[in-house]
Design a protein around this ligand. Structure first.
Ligand code: SF4
Length: 377
């Protein structure tokens, strides 16, 4: 296939669905975790779950950068903007994540804080250049996909001597989260692995899950046929009793990944000893911080904003959803108190969040007409 439309072709999709139905064994259940929120979004948007047999169950993983950010990290960003007077720059999804005291970055902006939405790290650098008399902090979030652009920005700031620019670093690592999921004892038969992360790190880092945990991994793209093909490949491995790392996304992912991007990240960042994730708790060696050579650009060192852990809203089941232990509909306030217009937890904010994806594309799935009417009244 050469064109994007072909990866959404309904006839081809039904063919892969038929192969999944034929090859999956009715005597067993297949519990497959799609690690990445991009896959969760694709599964919901394209109705992939409806094309799968009942014994092939997709479990949503923690691979949504906004979702795994704990409240305390958003609180830090808000404190930077409100108490230290910085211009706080971040990607759009971060703006609406609920923080302490019913705040969010968007509400802080409404209260007068200088919060700016940016599309790239280059936007944040430009804001720093344009405002030499103000401190500018970039709230850096995301997995290995978004880390290289942050590294580029830090190196650029260093080269330009941009002394009013720094980052609040929340970059996290995919394999560490997968380790935490498995160590937590979640019952999973295999992983659909993230394509974009793997374009950077390659697929070699997942081999430990096949060799040590005996869990097959298939790296998959984000189009519906990519995901369905990966599900079929996982079912075949499970049926054969194999546990290997296979690469469905051969059009961009190699075993070694992008050596230039990896070198750049290694030059600028080093491992944090531990980092608190929403849902996974404190996970050792699961996130990055700036190396001493770039410490001048570390907002946590430049400003007095210690991290303070904050518990989630008691009604919110985001933590269990991010661990793969619950589905969005199992949250008592899903679709009622909590909706994309009024998110109570982080999983309802980003389109990659499991709750937002279910709400947008599948909240009435499996319900009768009268049940639907009672919900929309
Ligand atoms: S519906 Fe809202 S409150 Fe419930 S788990 Fe999802 S994001 Fe959290």
């Amino acid at each position: 296939m050469k064109y994007i439309d072909e990866f959404r072709d309904g006839v081809l999709a039904r063919g892969v669905a038929a192969a999944i139905a034929k090859e999956s064994r009715s005597a067993r259940e297949y519990r497959l975790m799609e690690f990445c929120g991009g896959h969760t979004h694709a599964i919901s948007r394209y109705g992939i779950a409806d094309l799968l047999p009942a014994n092939v169950r997709m479990i949503h993983g923690p691979g949504c950068p906004v979702c795994v950010l704990p409240i305390g990290r958003i609180d830090q960003a808000i404190r930077l903007a409100r108490e230290h007077g910085v211009i706080l720059c971040t990607y759009g999804d971060c703006l609406r994540v609920p923080a302490s005291e019913r705040l969010s970055l968007l509400k802080a902006k409404a209260l007068g804080a200088k919060v700016r939405m940016v599309y790239s790290t280059q936007d944040a650098l430009k804001i720093a250049r344009d405002n030499p008399d103000r401190q500018v902090v970039f709230l850096a979030i995301g997995f290995e996909t978004t880390t290289p652009p942050t590294a580029v920005a830090v190196r650029q700031a260093a080269a330009e001597g941009l002394s009013n620019f720094s980052i609040l670093c929340n970059h996290v690592l995919t394999p560490a989260a997968m380790h935490a999921i498995l160590a937590g004892g979640v019952d999973i038969d295999g992983f659909v692995g993230p394509a974009h992360v793997s374009t950077v790190i390659g697929y070699a880092p997942y081999e430990v899950f096949a060799t040590d945990y005996l869990k097959p991994v298939v790296i998959a793209g984000f189009e519906p046929l990519d995901v369905m093909q990966a599900i079929l490949m996982l079912i075949r491995q499970i049926n054969d009793g194999r546990a290997q790392v296979e690469n469905e996304f051969t059009r961009a992912v190699t075993r070694e990944g992008n050596a230039k991007a990896q070198a750049l990240v290694t030059e600028v960042f080093e491992l944090r000893q531990s980092f608190e994730w929403r849902g996974l708790g404190t996970v050792p060696s699961s996130a990055l911080k700036l190396r001493p050579a770039y410490a001048a650009f570390d907002a946590e060192l430049r400003f007095d904003v210690p991290y303070v852990a904050v518990a989630d809203n008691k009604a919110c089941e985001c933590a269990a959803i991010l661990r793969g232990q619950k589905r969005p509909q199992e949250c008592a306030i899903f679709g009622t108190v909590c909706s994309p217009d009024n998110p109570v937890g982080s999983c309802m904010v980003s389109s990659e969040g499991a709750c937002a994806a279910y709400y947008t594309y599948g909240r009435f799935r499996g319900q009768s007409a009268s049940e639907i009417q009672s919900r929309v009244r």
